[in-house]
Design a protein around this ligand. Structure first.
Ligand SMILES: C[S@@+](CC[C@H](N)C(=O)[O-])C[C@H]1O[C@@H](n2cnc3c(N)ncnc32)[C@H](O)[C@@H]1O
Length: 201
């Protein structure tokens, strides 16, 4: 499915993300059910929704995207009601993911919890709480998949998630990721710079 993003960098980033996720799942040797329920944490505009449908929903995807910002969620809702593949369904909800454990309208048997450009630096306690609640929303074979912009932030999230009892299945540095220059000198940031896959405890 081609989504007409006006920005060609976004389109290229998404192509690389699809490759990265596909290769990482193959390498990890983990099984994805043909029809998946996926929870996209702090999804923002959820640019990656069609990629998630391609990678995780070969026979269908039920996608639930959550973010605290209404503007991004509205944008996601508008875009993806038009552009998702036919066998994928999506809902985007304004929610504070730090209260994920308290949202009783969501199922607790997701196959995948996904977080693109995880935000551990923006409050380690909050994000540990979010990962903990996300792990509890997975079914027994469920996977938590994250990507990160920064090396150190990725390492911190890996540590924190393993301390919650999750098993790290794979972590990969994406050598093809596009560098972003909106950071202080000496800091390296790039799109989907790292990916990691965890099994639930
Ligand atoms: C680094 S951005 C990543 C957004 C998106 N996943 C991406 O790759 O573009 C972090 C996102 O976390 C969201 N966020 C921050 N705190 C949150 C919370 N407590 N609950 C839900 N979303 C939150 C922000 O609104 C923002 O969209």
């Amino acid at each position: 499915m081609t989504v007409p993003f006006s920005n060609s960098s976004t389109t290229a980033d998404l192509k690389r993300l699809k490759q990265l996720l596909g290769d990482s799942l193959d390498k990890a040797g983990v099984k994805i059910p043909g029809q998946s329920r996926l929870l996209n944490l702090a999804c923002g505009r959820a640019d990656e929704s069609a990629v998630l449908a391609d990678v995780f929903g070969k026979k269908g995807l039920q996608l639930t995207g959550l973010d605290i910002r209404a503007r991004e969620i509205n944008e996601a809702q508008e875009r993806w009601k038009k552009y998702l593949p036919e066998n994928a369904e999506a809902e985007f909800l304004v929610q504070d993911c730090s209260k994920l454990g308290e949202i009783n309208t969501l199922p607790d048997d997701f196959h995948i919890a996904f977080m693109r450009h995880q935000n551990f630096w923006n409050g380690d306690t909050t994000w540990s709480k979010i990962y903990d609640a996300a792990l509890h929303r997975l079914d027994d074979d469920g996977l938590l998949v994250i990507t990160s912009y920064f090396d150190r932030e990725h390492e911190l999230a890996l540590d924190a998630i393993q301390k919650l009892g999750a098993q790290l299945v794979l972590t990969e540095h994406n050598t093809q990721s596009r560098r972003i220059h909106d950071v202080p000198p000496g800091v390296v940031k790039s799109v989907d710079r790292h990916v990691a896959i965890f099994k639930k405890p």
